[in-house]
Design a protein around this ligand. Structure first.
Ligand code: SF4
Length: 365
């Protein structure tokens, strides 16, 4: 059941929340020009990512791809390079594919029809609500992590926020609270409140425009909301990877397949260590399976530690001596012999960028 909003909520939004937002909104690059394309790009980048991290990425992106035509006409490698380090790379691949759909089907202009928007790759309910409200001022309530937290505290909702039916209830609450208020401003005000005042740690209720009616505040322990059940422990995945040298400057990299995690990015070839396998055995087997080459596995270059949402990566990277067979595309999208210089123009994951840094450091020492 959807919890009821506290009495006077609508009045509070009109008289306190919206004026508070006008007064306190941060000056962010995507707020300076609210065109639909910029809204789409910024809202996609902001999913699962902090504002401070997104700002330089957004600025570089808008300079390189100022509109759908520019994005649609770019090479995928250029798009991924500009996204490098931002994570969740499917977002970048989908933006690129969707821009091509927009050019092909909508004359290069992002449509304002919700069904047309939902036909674009990567646009789901959240991005739809953001574009419809922020760019087209239509009555759609946005529910991101910040808004969920504000609403759960505002109503002192004790149910587990991870449950789909609880999220559905929060969406209904957000829509009710939006009412007839200006949709773009309301959504931005709620997101801003969650990002700057009703923050995950200790909420600053003394500064909050919603505090006169907030049930969480009245309990005296607003930080107890929302309740989140514990996540399952994240597994650790051990991986072996190789720097296969052709000569003193040239080594082998492989491109990941489009349909897998980090698809389209370049990497040092390798893969998961199987049960009972040594690191050297794993690397030799992976190179044979992925590229059809044989190597002699040599010294370790670096141990890389990196955490993704669903697993912790433990990757050991070794120098390898190439035995001379020509690489083939077997279990990868492509391969190249490159120098460190060549790698600057290609997109890599954060884990592989650490390997490149280490190679750069050891080669210039
Ligand atoms: S009063 Fe406190 S708990 Fe309630 S919405 Fe504002 S900051 Fe969050």
């Amino acid at each position: 059941m959807t919890p009821r909003l506290p009495p006077q909520s609508q009045t509070l939004v009109e008289q306190k929340l919206l004026p508070w937002f006008v007064e306190n909104a941060r000056d962010l690059p995507w707020r300076r020009n609210r065109n639909p394309y910029a809204v789409w790009i910024s809202e996609t980048m902001l999913q699962q990512t902090r504002v401070d991290t997104v700002i330089p990425y957004f600025n570089r992106w808008m300079e390189a791809f100022p509109d759908c035509q520019a994005l649609a006409g770019a090479e995928q490698g250029q798009v991924l390079k500009l996204w490098e380090g931002l994570g969740y790379y499917a977002r970048a691949r989908n933006l690129h594919a969707a821009a091509q759909q927009v050019v092909e089907n909508f004359d290069g202009i992002l449509p304002s029809d919700p069904f047309a928007l939902l036909s674009l790759k990567g646009i789901g309910p959240y991005t739809l609500a953001a574009i419809m409200s922020l760019a087209f001022n239509q009555s759609y309530a946005v529910l991101d992590g910040n808004v969920e937290r504000v609403l759960a505290r505002f109503c002192a909702m004790g149910e587990d926020i991870r449950k789909p039916q609880v999220k559905k209830g929060l969406q209904t609450m957000a829509t009710r609270l939006l009412g007839a208020h200006p949709p773009g401003m309301f959504n931005e005000a709620m997101m801003e409140l969650g990002a700057t005042v009703c923050t995950p740690g200790v909420p600053q209720c003394g500064k909050c425009p919603l505090s006169p009616a907030c049930r969480g505040f009245k309990t005296g322990s607003p930080a107890d909301f929302p309740y989140k059940s514990k996540k399952k422990p994240i597994p650790t995945v051990k991986v072996g990877a190789a720097v296969v040298w052709k000569d003193a400057r040239t080594f082998l990299i492989a491109q990941r397949k489009q349909n897998e995690m980090l698809g389209g990015l370049w990497e040092f070839p390798g893969g998961k260590v199987e049960a009972g396998e040594s690191m050297a055995e794993c690397i030799a087997r992976e190179l044979e399976e992925e590229l059809g080459i044989q190597v002699v596995v040599g010294d370790e270059l670096i141990k890389v530690r990196h955490s993704y949402t669903h697993f912790h990566l433990r990757m050991n990277v070794h120098h390898c001596q190439w035995q001379g067979d020509s690489p083939q595309i077997i279990d990868c999208a492509d391969f190249r012999w490159v120098t460190l210089e060549d790698c600057r123009a290609l997109p890599f994951s954060r884990a592989d960028l650490k390997v490149l840094d280490e190679l750069t450091r050891t080669r210039t020492d």
